[in-house]
Design a binder for this molecule. Structure first.
Ligand SMILES: C[S@@+](CC[C@H](N)C(=O)[O-])C[C@H]1O[C@@H](n2cnc3c(N)ncnc32)[C@H](O)[C@@H]1O
Length: 258
């Protein structure tokens, strides 16, 4: 694995990742009707994290192999999803033979992997001819912003200017449509998925915001601005009765030609 600040960040948050609110699990669940395969299908969960997809594919009878660059993610995945084969592995250099899997899934990672072209090329190489590729990324398929009022999203926009690098987020800025257009993948389609998760209080929402990729944004703020953002988030969430976290993602699917 090449030195990657993205992987190092996720290794650091592995203990709390998807444990505060089951956000990534909810999206993997929402994707299932589009990716489910016959029991016994061989699936690869690429950049698997703690196994949001792995868990659901195992429950549907797939034989799952999970890989992630972050050793701590794989440590937790191994404990929780012991029926999966799991490896610390770079998504851009997979140690699997060509045409191995019926299905390759990759949740919320292709947009942050520094070299997404190589990751997609590797996914295509290891899936069987006719096999399915399924990738989720944040945001709606038509590119419109989420229609819901979300105090955290508003605060991210407001505090961006205090971030030393001007944005404070992971991301490779490669459009998935362009990525697929350059690949041999066929039958490409993009579907909007939505999840809604009740948030008990502002402090839970703050802890959630630090438990995944956005933690980089918050950790990177100057101390006084982080404290201010924290206090303002608590105020705003606590004044919304029954606040629910609502977000969209795009599920990209396609097939390797026969
Ligand atoms: C937002 S998490 C998504 C995890 C999981 N797929 C999910 O849906 O919960 C992104 C994951 O990509 C992994 N990752 C980033 N770059 C990687 C690379 N080059 N090779 C393997 N894993 C990588 C990180 O370690 C992290 O676990």
């Amino acid at each position: 694995m090449e030195d990657s600040s993205v992987v190092r960040h996720f290794d650091g948050v592995a203990e709390v990742y998807d444990q505060v609110l089951p956000f990534f699990g909810a999206f993997a669940e929402a994707a299932m009707p589009f990716v489910v395969h016959a029991p016994g299908a061989k699936a690869l969960d690429l950049a698997a994290g703690r196994g949001a997809f792995t868990e659901r594919l195992l429950a549907r009878g797939c034989e799952v192999t999970a890989v992630d660059g972050a050793p701590r993610m794989i440590e937790f995945l191994r404990k929780d999803q012991s029926r999966a084969d799991s490896y610390v592995m770079d998504a851009t250099r997979l140690d699997f033979a060509a045409d191995t899997f019926d299905l390759v899934v990759c949740g919320f990672a292709i947009h942050i992997i520094p070299d997404p072209c190589s990751a997609l090329a590797e996914a295509v190489r290891v899936v069987k001819p006719g096999g399915l590729l399924a990738l989720t990324v944040p945001g709606r398929a038509d590119g419109t912003p989420d229609p819901w009022h979300d105090p955290l999203v508003e605060l991210y926009a407001e505090y961006r200017r205090f971030h030393p690098d001007g944005h404070g987020r992971h991301g490779n800025d490669v459009e998935e449509s362009a990525l697929f257009a350059q690949s041999e993948v066929i039958d490409v389609s993009a579907t909007t998925l939505e999840v809604a998760l009740p948030v008990p209080d502002g402090e839970t929402y703050w802890r959630w915001s630090r438990s995944h990729g956005s933690g980089r944004f918050i950790d990177g703020l100057p101390d006084d601005k982080r404290d201010e953002m924290h206090a303002r988030l608590l105020d705003r969430v606590n004044e919304i009765p029954h606040f629910t976290l609502r977000r969209s993602a795009t599920l990209w699917t396609g097939r390797k030609p026969e």
